[in-house]
Structures are given as structure tokens and as C-alpha cells.
Design a protein around this ligand. Sequence first.
Ligand code: IMP
Length: 181
Amino acid sequence: MRTVEEQGYHFEEWLTPEQIAADVQEVGNRISVDYHDKEPLFVVILNGAFVFAADLIRALKDVRCEITFIRVSSYWGMSSTGQLEFIVPLQQVVDNRDVVIVEDIVDSGLTIHQLKAYLRAEGASSIRVATMLYKPNKLEYNDAKPDYVGREISDEFVIGYGLDFDGFVRNLDAIYKVKNN
Ligand code: IMP
């Protein structure tokens, strides 16, 4: 099993690139069924979701879609500050659009909760959430429960496949879990 050390913390491989690809394809298949007769706008939350989003949109079959990016910040290191800061605002008109938010991981759900409220106010006709990972026992906002999930995870800190530790290790091709020693 592969391991990684980052800032004194030890991480071990949890999802291999092959397992990730299978999970992403499954999510892509479900979205393809639900959106084949629509023209969804994928709103990708930077920075973390860019890797998942790149794979996900290529896993879609017969879905005419657009993709745009937003950047928010609510985390620093391993703990939440509870603050959501809009760093890159939405560039695209969402009025009357079927929006699919693309997230790397849903934790407390604060990011999704706030972004959904924003998109609703901007006139989106429907809003769903696709996330690579979901921590169901950390969810604090009911409306942030994701519609499409690659894989559920308990309350553990993970890195790789877009997920960072203070900005680093997003480029790992697998997802690694922190070891508690
Ligand atoms: P939420 O707003 O509490 O749901 O937090 C979501 C954001 O927190 C994600 O987009 C990540 O940037 C970050 N995050 C939450 N858990 C982890 C983790 O285990 N590893 C890396 N980032 C995480």
C-alpha cells in the first residue's frame, strides 16, 4: 500500500486510481440518465473539484452541457473556520438553468448550503450536487445532502485527487487517508 508524508502527518492510500475511475463512471452514468434531455450547467467549486470535474464531464454520455467555475474558501489546514469567502464569483448566468454543483468533498455542508442559496437567488431552475466524497455523519445542513456521491467516508481527513492539505498534494493520483499516529 502506498503512503505519503505531508507536514509530518502520515497518509495511506485508500482509493486507487482504478477505484476512483469506477466511482466517477458510476456517477457519470447516473447524471447521464437524469440529464440526457436537459442542458445542464456544471458549476465546479475550485480548487479541489477540478480533478473530479475533468473526469466527470468526460464520463457523461449524450449530455449537452456547459461548465463554469467558482472559487470559495472555508477551510484552512485540517479544521473548518465556518467562514465562506467568495474568491472567484460566478461568471455565468444561471437564471432558468439546471445547475449541477461539482464538489470534491461534502463535509459540514456549509459550502454547498451557501452556494445553493446564492444560485437559487440568481434564478437557477434546479440545483443538484455531485461530489466525489461525502462525510454523512459530519453534515450540518440538510439541504446540502449531495444527490450524486462517488463514495461515502467517515470522519477522516483525506488528500489527493484534487483534495489538498494547506494547498499541497492535490496532484496525487489516488486518495489517501490520514493515519492516526
Ligand atoms: P464543508 O463546507 O464543511 O462541506 O467543506 C467542504 C470543503 O472542505 C471541501 O471542498 C474541502 O475543500 C474541505 N474539506 C473537507 N474535508 C476535507 C478533507 O478531508 N480533506 C481535504 N479537504 C477537506
